[in-house]
Write a new protein. Structure first.
Length: 316
């Protein structure tokens, strides 16, 4: 058979990789470590599949993706919700590692998603810094919540931990800022993004690490990628409220905070928000629209390498 007829699905777990191959419908396991993944890359290179499909599994798939891509294989990491919905559409209700691997291979065979390159080492490093910052913020919030109802006997320990977490948070933010400034292409984009009132260093770092497509796509594509493109909910004579769906949830969360800040201090976004509210839009809907507008403004600015100018066509 030609190599274009072969599709591979890999179900990733912490200790093992279950590999499924179509059209042979055979499966095998390898260990999810450097030795097992190197062995897998060699075997798949000999097999010559046209596409390898994996699910996003909280980062467990990244090393596999990098090794397979370095071996010259076309790899695509897909949203677990999409692959599971695909399995249900096929009537596959059982869920085992072998079944999941073959379903992923079938998904690749049927949908044929475009391969997507893994992030480079610098982007992965920046993403790791952002992930650590997120963890520290979550721990800090949890400790502050505990402090409000803690008895006197444990309050000193919680207060000391809060102080330590704040110190760690400051250090990670300094490291992130320094890392961005050490990369010329990031330094320029960071400067462009932060020139917009409401777009601070956290938003800029998140866009650089988690949305590398910024500036490369049109406004509709970038909004859909982040999950800010409204979808119709119409059927027959019913006309439902439009809603956003999918996309990169963490980018969307940070954009929300940026939009809230911009509504207060950015004259363009503030006026836009007020027009929506006066037109009868709900506050949540208006903020979502501001998120989309902020994103499209940043996308155009990065693409054209222009700084913020409230009177330009970019911000209109």
């Amino acid at each position: 058979m030609g190599s274009s007829e072969i599709f591979v699905g890999i179900d990733v777990s912490k200790s093992e990789l279950e590999v499924g191959v179509l059209p042979e419908a055979r499966t095998w396991k390898v260990s999810n470590d450097e030795k097992g993944i190197t062995k897998l890359a060699k075997r798949l290179t000999e097999l010559g599949p046209c596409l390898v499909i994996m699910e996003a599994t909280g980062g467990l798939e990244r090393f596999v993706h990098n090794v397979l891509e370095d071996a010259g294989l076309s790899v695509r990491v897909v949203n677990p919700r999409q692959s599971r919905d695909f399995a249900k559409a096929l009537g596959v209700l059982a869920k085992t590692d072998a079944v999941d691997a073959l379903v992923l291979a079938r998904y690749g065979e049927s949908i044929k998603p475009e391969p997507r390159s893994s992030k480079d080492e610098q982007t992965r490093e920046l993403e790791a810094l952002l992930a650590r910052r997120r963890q520290l913020v979550q721990m800090l919030v949890a400790e502050k919540n505990r402090l409000s109802s803690a008895p006197k006997s444990v309050r000193p320990g919680i207060e000391a931990h809060i102080a330590w977490l704040k110190k760690c948070l400051n250090e990670i933010e300094k490291d992130t800022n320094g890392f961005i400034k050490s990369m010329p292409i990031w330094r320029e984009k960071d400067k462009i993004i932060q020139s917009v009132p409401g777009a601070g260093p956290v938003l800029a770092a998140a866009l650089l690490a988690l949305l590398p497509e910024l500036g490369r796509l049109n406004r509709r594509q970038i909004a859909a990628l982040v999950g800010l493109a409204p979808f119709n909910r119409d059927s027959g004579t019913l006309r439902g409220r439009r809603c956003i769906w999918g996309g990169r949830s963490w980018v969307r969360r940070i954009l929300y905070m940026g939009a809230v800040a911009a509504i207060r201090c950015n004259p363009v976004l503030k006026a836009f928000y007020q027009r929506l509210i006066e037109a009868g839009k709900q506050r949540k809907v208006a903020i979502t629209a501001c998120m989309r507008k902020l994103l499209t403004i940043l996308n155009t600015m990065v693409r054209e390498s222009t700084m913020w100018d409230p009177s330009s066509r970019v911000s209109a």
